[in-house]
Design a binder for this molecule. Structure first.
Ligand code: SAM
Length: 294
């Protein structure tokens, strides 16, 4: 991994936008200071900014002192607006897509535009920054070597249960976006399917005044939220521990791990056990953490 560090101190690379390029620009999820210098530079220079909610984005741009041409781009007008934006890109215009908060396309509009841009040979470039899912994962204290992003569970209970059921055996850490209005019901469905003892990290109002990060079991978290109305307000990401590896398949892995963990760091022990057993690295890693915790 490397960063291009200029020779001169305190000098950042000045981004110059390229004609005909579609930029996907991440914006803050609460704390405005999380905007990147590149994001500001690109937003200042592009010919057009396609925003989910132009009034909302106008406030952000106003705060940054950016006078930009905004156009609305959201799930209700995507079909109509996408061809026009693609035509503008093909004529050499530069366009940035932003959403209300965080990284565009992550439970936000933009997918159609980006796929069709690729189909038409248009250059697409990310301007990375904050994403609530990744921010939550980084503080979750759950395995991060392998994870899945599950987005928003359905609002209706029946559909929600169908949504969670196939995830029962998912061994990877799972990240969900949850509406605060349904947090308790959603957690109860999760508890009924994944079990009361499944570990979960609740990340609310990340980067904002009332930021709350708690790792608990599902039953503890439900009890804690039910006792405090404030925990049912604001924006929430839930990070859920993956299913434990089946005990039966595990005996040999456990035996090797116990011996090796007594002598070596986790990473090295896992590497050797994977070599010896051919088991999947993520499973062995997860088991190693469980044994170490125990
Ligand atoms: N594209 C955004 C991103 O990169 O995170 C997500 C947009 S999605 C429509 C909005 C959901 O993201 C919220 O309902 C919540 O689950 C999560 N989210 C956004 N900002 C958050 C924050 N500051 N704290 C916790 N969750 C947040």
């Amino acid at each position: 991994m490397s960063i291009n560090i200029p020779e001169e101190k305190n000098v950042l690379h000045n981004t110059v936008v390229s004609a005909g390029t579609l930029y996907l620009v991440a914006t803050p999820i609460g704390n405005l200071a999380d905007i990147t210098q590149r994001a500001i530079s690109v937003l200042e220079q592009v010919d057009l900014i396609a925003a989910e909610d132009t009034r909302h984005s106008q406030r952000l741009l106003g705060h940054l002192g950016i006078k930009a041409k905004l156009t609305a781009y959201h799930e209700h007008n995507e079909d109509r607006v996408t061809p026009r934006l693609l035509d503008e890109l093909e004529s050499g215009k530069t366009i940035a897509v932003i959403s209300d908060a965080g990284t565009p396309l992550i439970s936000d509009p933009g997918y159609r535009l980006v796929t069709q841009a690729h189909d038409r040979g248009i250059q697409v470039s990310p301007v990375p920054g904050v994403c609530a899912a990744i921010a939550a994962l980084s503080v979750a204290g759950l395995a991060t070597d392998s994870f899945t992003f599950e987005g928003f569970p359905p609002a209706k209970q029946g559909a929600r249960v169908h949504f969670f059921e196939p995830l029962l055996d998912q061994q990877r850490t799972m990240v969900f976006y949850i509406s605060c209005h349904r947090i308790v019901e959603t957690l109860k469905d999760m508890r009924d399917i994944f079990g009361a003892d499944r570990r979960v990290t609740y990340a609310r109002e990340i980067t904002k005044t009332f930021e709350t990060i708690k790792r608990k079991t599902l039953s503890e978290l439900i009890e804690w939220i039910e006792a405090d109305d404030n925990q049912r307000k604001g924006e929430i990401v839930l990070v859920v521990d993956g299913a434990a590896v089946e005990q039966g398949d595990n005996q040999q892995v456990d035996q090797y791990l116990k011996v090796l963990l007594a002598e070596l760091p986790v990473k090295q022990s896992v590497k050797l056990v994977v070599k010896m057993t051919g088991e999947h690295k993520n499973d062995v890693y997860k088991r190693a953490l469980e044994l170490k915790d125990a």
